[in-house]
Design a protein around this ligand. Structure first.
Ligand code: SF4
Length: 471
């Protein structure tokens, strides 16, 4: 009987079965950033330990780093302290560090693939929930907490419970104006925010075969929002082409050997899955969230659900709470909801292709007068490449602020925050209460082009209408 990629990687990285039933798993690559690593390094120091395999750990600054003021010392004293701490730890423990002066700094999930650090058949861990992004390359990648960061620094292993594998096929053809972000929002809407609990998601079908690596990353990124701890796409020629020539990709003979191994790690044709879900690509609409969980999502031309539409008391309560928090009326169209802020960025949609696609339509348009719009490249490399193509200029001429690389308004640990109950049209991945920096701030998740449509109209809008795309 064939095996899934997940099973193959799990088995080849399994060090021991622990008495509690968990597996001690070898972690090939550990990605760290300024926010979840300081305590872990502190614990190592307290225990008198070194980083076991420093060459397997890569650091960058992204979560708290300011996107406007890029020179140290930062006026935000917490950011300044955390970044100084990472500088110190990276130096003392000998780990590779893509700092602000490196030209390679950026969101950890953008930097890993960009540098060729993310490779098929490997295990990757990072103290950020959206580590599944790296699954786009056929890696098994997990978000972890600070104590696990410590464990991996000290032992290069971590304890994990085994998972089932759900294959999600999306076949057919996406309609114009429908993007990979819509695909994952649609999947989460169908299966629920907790639907993937206990599963790793394997994404496949003609849509994933046709997707670029960046589109695959967008989908894998949000696996955790559907409850799955990991999500991946089997490696193929596109994966190899993307990785070829990257700084940390294998070279020469090693490259050929690596590609052979990467091909072999893909799921077998006769692999057996614990569950299979089939989705028609034609059924995926431009999708937006209306509530405070990523599965509270609807097509942009649908109405916000009413409390009565909940199928059980629990659901009715959660709809009511979400409507109250979002200040939306059940039964009203989501289209036309006034926005205050527009954000294009994050590890979900802060890559070059995202900015390129928006620029194609934004050229010559203006952001509505009442909207604050910011565009935040996912890395310094994305920033440079976008500038080379004049993309930054298209954004700034339209009225966006073009910032330095970082997480920015995805979680607003830096000064890029919502104020009061401002509503943000956001290309990021989480719409939880208070996620964007204000305890009453509101987030509507959508694709980057839909953010642009909202920015220019000043309200939630259908990008197909705003930019004359035929539906
Ligand atoms: S952009 Fe958001 S989800 Fe991505 S690494 Fe930063 S904080 Fe985490």
């Amino acid at each position: 009987m064939g095996k899934t990629l997940f099973q193959k990687v799990w088995e080849s990285h399994s060090v021991a079965t622990l008495s509690n039933g968990q597996t001690q798993l070898l972690i090939d690559t550990h990605l760290i950033h300024e926010v979840t690593s300081p305590q872990a390094f502190g614990m190592l120091r307290d225990l008198g330990l070194k980083v076991a395999y420093p060459q397997r750990t890569f650091a960058t600054v992204d979560h708290i780093v300011p996107t406007d003021q890029r020179e140290e010392p930062f006026s935000d004293s917490l950011a300044d302290a955390m970044i100084k701490e990472l500088n110190r730890n990276a130096k003392e423990f000998g780990v590779t560090y893509f700092d602000l002066r490196s030209g390679k700094q950026g969101i950890v999930h953008v930097v890993g693939p960009e540098q060729g650090i993310t490779q098929p058949g490997t295990t990757i861990a990072c103290g950020d929930s959206h580590t599944a992004t790296h699954g786009a390359f056929g890696a098994i990648a997990f978000g972890i907490g600070t104590t696990q960061v410590r464990d991996i620094l000290a032992t290069q292993t971590m304890a994990l419970s085994p998972m089932k594998v759900r294959r999600i096929n999306v076949d057919g053809e996406l309609r114009p104006g429908v993007y990979s972000k819509d695909v994952i929002l649609h999947i989460i809407r169908l299966l629920g925010a907790g639907g993937g609990k206990g599963y790793a998601y394997e994404y496949g079908g003609s849509i994933f075969d046709g997707f670029t690596m960046e589109e695959r990353m967008t989908v894998c990124n949000m696996s955790i929002e559907g409850g799955a701890r990991a999500g991946y796409v089997n490696p193929d020629e596109k994966t190899f082409e993307y990785l070829k020539g990257r700084p940390y990709s294998p070279k020469g003979e090693e490259w050929d050997k690596a590609v052979a191994a990467w091909r072999a790690v893909a799921s077998d044709a006769d692999a057996v899955y614990d569950d299979v879900v089939n989705i028609r690509a034609e059924d995926v609409p431009p999708t937006v969230t209306w509530g405070v969980s990523p599965d509270q999502a609807i097509a942009v031309n649908e109405q916000v659900p009413t409390v009565e539409s909940g199928t059980n008391p629990e659901q009715r309560i959660s709809i009511q709470e979400a409507l109250e928090y979002m200040k939306l009326e059940g039964g009203a169209p989501i289209k036309g909801t006034k926005i205050d802020v527009a954000f294009v960025g994050s590890c979900t949609n802060g890559r070059l292709s995202d900015f390129r696609e928006v620029a194609r339509f934004l050229k010559g348009k203006k952001v509505a007068g009442h909207v604050k719009a910011i565009a935040v490249p996912g890395s310094q490399i994305v920033d440079v490449l976008a500038r080379q193509e004049g993309i930054d200029q298209v954004f700034t001429e339209a009225g966006f602020e073009w910032r330095g690389a970082g997480c920015s308004m995805c979680l607003a640990m830096n000064p890029d925050k919502l104020v009061g109950d401002q509503l943000c049209a956001s290309s990021s991945n989480r719409n939880f209460k208070g996620r964007q920096g204000s305890p009453t701030g509101r987030t509507i998740l959508m694709s980057p082009l839909m953010v642009a449509a909202a920015a220019v109209t000043g309200e939630v809008a259908d990008a197909r209408e705003v930019f004359s795309l035929s539906a």
